[in-house]
Design a protein around this ligand. Structure first.
Ligand code: HEM
Length: 484
C-alpha cells in the first residue's frame, strides 16, 4: 500500500514538473524570445553563471548571438534595445522581487533598495537623501583625506621596498575604511592593520554571492535565516563590518552632541523629525546597506582605472600633461576624469541585471510587446559593451570616445550607477573618492603591473571585484615620466 502511494506521488510530481517545463517552453507569453534552453524553462542557466562568476560575459555573448531581447530565465527577458533604459529604468516600474532580499538581517529591516514599489521606494529614499547631497558630503572631505593619507603612506613604503605589492587589496581596504568614515566617522582599521581584519572582506564577497543567488529564492532565506527569530537568537556570525557598523551607530546614539558631520548624523536627524516614519531599525538597515554598496564598487572602479590605464599606449602621459597644464591654468584635468569614466564603462562595478516588471497593459519596446508582469532587465555590462551603441571599439578602453561630437548622446547609455528612481544615491561620494585618489595616483606615482600580460581575476556576482594582479610602485620625483 505504502510503496503504491509513493509511486503515485512520484508520478504526480514528475507529471507536474513536466507540465511546468512544457508550459514555460511552449506556452509562456515570452516563448518566442530566444535564449538557452535551460533559461527558457528555469532560473538555472542564470544561477549557474552567477555562481561561476561570468554572468556579465555570458549575457553579452547571448545578446551578440540573439539581438536586443534574450530569455535569461523562464520569466525574465534581458534587454539591450537602445530604448531599453528609457522604457525600463527611467519609467516608474516596480522592481522585481529579487530586490526584496536586500533587507538584512531580516525582512523587518527594509531599505530603499529592498522596497520594490516605486512610490514607496522614493518616499523611503526621501528620508535618507540629506545624507547624500554634495554640499553635505563636502564636509566629509577631511576624513576622506585622512584615510587617503594612510593609503599614500602605504604606497610610499611599497615604493621604497621596490617589492611587488597587492595594490588591489589596498584599494579595497581604502574603500572600506573611507566608507566607515563617511557613513559614521569610524574606520574599520583595514589600512592600519594591513590585512582583511576578521576576514570581513572575504565574508562580504560570500554575502555578495549569497544575495545574488538567494534573492531568487527569498522564501528559503526567510525560513532558514532572514527571520526575526534567527535575528533574536543572535547566533549567526555577523562579522566585523556589521559589528563595527552597529557599534558605531550605538556609540553615535550615546554621543549625539558631537560636532562632526557624517551621513548617519543626517539620518538620525530625519528619524527625530519624522517619528514613527523613520525608525532606528531603518537607520541600521540603511547604514549596513550603504556599507555593502559603498566599498566593493569603489575598489572595482579604482582598480579598473589603474589596470586599463596600464594597458593604454599613452594614457598616463596624456593625463599627466593635462594635470600640469591644469596646475598652470587652474583648469580641470579633463583627461583624468574621462579615463575614470571610461574605466567605469568598460569594467563597471555592477555586473548583475537590474530587473523591473512590465506594468499593467504590458510594455512595448521596439516592435516587441511584453505582457504585464514579465521581468525585463537591463544589465550595465551588456549596455556598455553593445557595439550598436558604442561602435566597433565598444569593448576597448578608449577615453577619447568621450571627446567626440556625439559624446552627449553616449551619456544616455552610460549607466554604471543604474538610471532612474533606483539609481545610486552614493554617486557624489563615489565621484569625490575617485577624483581624489586617481589624481594622486596619476600625479605622484608610477604603477606597473608585475606581468603586464597577466589578466586579473574576478567573479561577477552582484558586483565584480578584481584581484590578483600584483604591481610595482614608484614614487615620481617632480614631474618626470616613468623610467619603466
Ligand atoms: C563607483 C562606485 C559605485 C557604483 C558604480 C555604484 C552603482 C550602483 C548601482 C548600479 C546601484 C543599483 C541600481 C539599481 O538597482 O537599479 C546602486 C545602488 C546603491 N548605491 Fe551605489 N554605486 C557606487 C558607489 C556607492 C557609494 C560610494 C555609496 C555610498 C554610500 C553607494 C550607495 C548605494 C545605495 C545605498 C544603493 C541602493 C539604492 C538606494 O538606496 O536608493 N553607492 N549603486
Amino acid at each position: 500500500m505504502v510503496p503504491g502511494l509513493l509511486v503515485f506521488a512520484v508520478q504526480i510530481f514528475v507529471l507536474g514538473f513536466s507540465l511546468i517545463i512544457l508550459w514555460r517552453r511552449f506556452f509562456s507569453p515570452i516563448k518566442t524570445v530566444p535564449g538557452p534552453f535551460l533559461a527558457s524553462v528555469s532560473r538555472f542557466w542564470h544561477l549557474h553563471h552567477i555562481i561561476k562568476g561570468d554572468q556579465n560575459l555570458q549575457l553579452i555573448n547571448l545578446h551578440d548571438k540573439y539581438g536586443h531581447f534574450v530569455r535569461i530565465a523562464h520569466n525574465e527577458v534581458g534587454v539591450s534595445h537602445p530604448d531599453g533604459i528609457k522604457k525600463i529604468l527611467l519609467a516608474p516600474l516596480h522592481k522585481a522581487s529579487w530586490y526584496k532580499f536586500l533587507s538584512i538581517p531580516d525582512y523587518r529591516y527594509q531599505t530603499p533598495m529592498s522596497t520594490t514599489d516605486p512610490k514607496k521606494k522614493v518616499e523611503r529614499s526621501r528620508h535618507f537623501a540629506a545624507g547624500y547631497t554634495m554640499s553635505n558630503l563636502l564636509q566629509t572631505e577631511d576624513s576622506i583625506g585622512s584615510v587617503i593619507d594612510q593609503f599614500l603612506a602605504w604606497l610610499d613604503r611599497s615604493a621604497e621596498s621596490k617589492k611587488a605589492v597587492h595594490l588591489d587589496k589596498y584599494l579595497t581596504f581604502t574603500a572600506f575604511d573611507i566608507a566607515g568614515e563617511v557613513l559614521f566617522s569610524k574606520r574599520f582599521g583595514f589600512l592600519k592593520e594591513g590585512r582583511d581584519v576578521g576576514n570581513a572582506i572575504g565574508n562580504s564577497l560570500m554575502l555578495n554571492l549569497y544575495a545574488s543567488t538567494m534573492g531568487f529564492f527569498r522564501w528559503i532565506h526567510v525560513i532558514l535565516i532572514g527571520n526575526p527569530f534567527m535575528t533574536s537568537l543572535n547566533v549567526l556570525p555577523s562579522g566585523h563590518i556589521f559589528d563595527t557598523t552597529v557599534r558605531a551607530l550605538d556609540d553615535r546614539l550615546n554621543n549625539r552632541d558631537r560636532n562632526r558631520f557624517d551621513v548617519v548624523d543626517h539620518w538620525l536627524k530625519a528619524m527625530e523629525k519624522n517619528p514613527g516614519q523613520v525608525l532606528l531599525r531603518d537607520v541600521y538597515a540603511a547604514a549596513t546597506g550603504a556599507m555593502g554598496a559603498a566599498s566593493d564598487t569603489i575598489s572595482c572602479a579604482l582598480q579598473s582605472f589603474v589596470y586599463f590605464m596600464n594597458r593604454h599606449p599613452n594614457a598616463w602621459e596624456r593625463v599627466r600633461g593635462e594635470i600640469e597644464e591644469a596646475q598652470r591654468t587652474q583648469g580641470l584635468c579633463r583627461d583624468r576624469v574621462l579615463a575614470s569614466k571610461e574605466a567605469l564603462r568598460v569594467f563597471g562595478p555592477v555586473s548583475m541585471t537590474l530587473p523591473r516588471l512590465a506594468p499593467p497593459g504590458g510594455l512595448t519596446i521596439g516592435s516587441k510587446h511584453f505582457p504585464e508582469g514579465t521581468i525585463l532587465s537591463i544589465n550595465p555590462w551588456v549596455m556598455h559593451h553593445s557595439r550598436e551603441l558604442w561602435g566597433s571599439d565598444a569593448r576597448e578602453f578608449n577615453p577619447d570616445r568621450w571627446l567626440k561630437d556625439d559624446a552627449g548622446e553616449l551619456d544616455r547609455y552610460f549607466m554604471p550607477w543604474g538610471q532612474g528612481y533606483n539609481s545610486c544615491p552614493g554617486q557624489h561620494i563615489a565621484r569625490i573618492e575617485l577624483s581624489k585618489i586617481t589624481a594622486t595616483l596619476v600625479g605622484d606615482y608610477n604603477i606597473r603591473q608585475v606581468d603586464k600580460n597577466q589578466d586579473w581575476q574576478w567573479k561577477a556576482y552582484f558586483t565584480v571585484v578584481p584581484h590578483s594582479w600584483p604591481c610595482y610602485i614608484e614614487r615620481r620625483a617632480g614631474n618626470e615620466l616613468s623610467s619603466w
